[in-house]
Design a protein around this ligand. Structure first.
Ligand code: FAD
Length: 445
């Protein structure tokens, strides 16, 4: 069934984006999904090569995708000039289709963390930084990592980030340990966008003590200590690295935007990226639902005299999954639309809602799909367990749910004074109406 654009955003999707959606869907369904298992099989099993090579099929996919113009679709035309010319909303629809496949995003140079890093460089980098790092990233020649989280700091509060940055003349010296640096194990990863804490000129403003520095991955003093596992998956060749910096020296010109501007940059970085994660997750949920429907209708797997799909509980799971997926999609597209119409800062609430609701909901859809497969759903014969593991991490990655909920709760709570005032005015009016119509007694609001 071809991808159906939700009715409420029909008039916000250009004819060109519609054309691309068709092309992307065709490419993902006919090239990427069949290549997913080949990719897995081509990841080297030899421990000495596992992090030194990458599956050759990805280069073939990239070549084919690029030849069809399916490249750098993510940089929205509302805020950038370097992308393929789509809005965040249009790319959101595309990201959903990419999310059906493990290789889809990378094939079209749209995978995290490169997308967020390219946004940082495009938005905040100077001309020299763009030339040196943005151009090869846009070209898909190198990959990158984003190094913020630290092993020894509770990093959901970014004020705790503690990698020491000392400026000595024209040089920046960095010391500290990062972890969960996604992509830093990949042999193609050439650059780290690194969040640091300044040692000179410390501002009294806690939000002006951090800086973002561009660090070439091959700088002396850097050691990739180990890949971390996600529920047992090492996600090779991409990986999530623990990285140690000992007296790492880079030119001062590698500072992005300026000393103490780190918060500004990371806040600008995370908005659209969260939308991309959400939409890819929805694509994974759709794939999970497809798997569930196919499995429960398998005529060879009847139980108690019926197809599994003929049991009422299973029909309910299918219906619930459809409702969950479709409602999540609307939430994310609403956030994407607000980013397009204003910017990511204005859409903070909508982005946070999507970031909280979508992974939880998609986990639930995938869990039902796994359950409907019986023991098969848990094992490597289906992509469901792996998808579940990946999406479960989104409740922590880019900031845990609790932090977003705390912020949303705090903002929502600021409405208290206005609500009380409005209620008092309504009560006053109600009392007047009671007197006018001579109604006895009064009900409490
Ligand atoms: C698969 C994966 C990929 C990742 N990729 C990257 C990457 O590429 N680059 C990078 O820099 N980081 C990355 N991360 C790290 C991620 O961003 C951090 O793990 C996250 O920000 C939380 O930081 P922390 O682990 O230090 O948790 P902590 O800060 O120690 O928090 C622990 C827990 O405390 C609770 N908590 C915290 N604050 C509050 C609050 N206000 N109210 C209630 N409870 C609270 C939450 O339950 C939270 O999970 C990745 C993580 C995963 C799992």
């Amino acid at each position: 069934m071809p991808y159906e654009i939700p009715a409420i955003v029909q008039d916000r999707v250009s004819p060109r984006a519609r054309e691309y959606l068709k092309k992307i869907e065709h490419f993902v369904e006919t090239e990427c999904i069949p290549a997913d298992e080949v990719y897995e099989a081509q990841v080297s099993k030899d421990p000495s090569l596992r992090w030194k090579s990458y599956p050759p099929i990805i280069d073939e996919l990239k070549k084919k995708a690029r030849a069809q113009g399916l490249w750098n679709l993510f940089l929205s035309k509302t805020h950038y000039t370097q992308g393929a010319g789509f809005t965040n909303l249009e790319y959101g629809l595309m990201a959903e289709i990419l999310g059906r496949s493990h290789t889809g995003s990378e094939a079209m140079n749209c995978s995290a963390p490169d997308t967020g890093n390219m946004e940082v460089l495009a938005k905040y980098g100077n001309d020299a930084q763009k030339k040196e790092w943005l151009e090869p990233l846009l070209d898909g020649k190198i990959r990158s990592a984003f190094l913020m989280t630290e092993r020894y700091a509770a990093s959901s509060d970014a004020k705790n980030i503690n990698m020491k940055m000392r400026i000595e003349g024209d040089t920046i010296v960095l010391n500290g340990t990062k972890w969960w640096s996604s992509g830093a194990c990949d042999p193609r990863c050439a650059v780290y966008i690194t969040m640091t804490k300044t040692e000179n000129n410390i501002s009294t403003d806690a939000f002006k003590q951090q800086s973002v520095v561009i660090v070439p991955a091959n700088t002396p003093g850097i050691t990739v200590l180990r890949p971390l596992h996600v529920y047992g998956y090492d996600d090779a060749p991409h990986g999530h690295a623990e990285v140690r910096f000992v007296n790492v020296r880079v030119p001062k010109s590698n500072l992005v935007l300026g000393e103490g501007r780190g918060f500004e940059i990371i806040q600008g970085r995370l908005g659209p990226g969260r939308i991309h994660h959400c939409m890819r997750s929805i694509g994974a949920a759709e794939r999970g639902l497809d798997y569930m429907i196919a499995r429960v209708n398998d005529p060879n797997r009847r139980t108690f005299g019926k197809l599994i799909s003929e049991h009422g509980t299973i029909r309910t799971w299918i219906a619930e999954s459809r409702i969950q997926i479709d409602s999540c999609r609307l939430l994310v597209l609403n956030a994407a639309d607000k980013i397009d119409r204003i910017d990511a800062k204005a859409a903070l609430k909508e982005i946070a809602m999507a970031k909280i609701v979508v992974p939880r909901t998609v986990i639930d859809v995938l869990d039902k799909a796994i359950q409907a497969h019986g023991a098969g759903g848990i094992c490597q014969d289906f992509p469901l367990a792996r998808m579940w593991a990946g999406i479960r991490t989104l409740r922590i990655a880019d900031g845990p749910d609790e932090v977003h909920l705390a912020q949303m709760g705090r903002n929502e709570n600021t409405r208290a004074a206005e609500i009380v005032k409005r209620h008092e005015a309504q009560e006053k009016k109600r009392e007047e109406l009671f007197r006018l119509y001579k109604i006895e007694g009064r009900s409490q609001l």
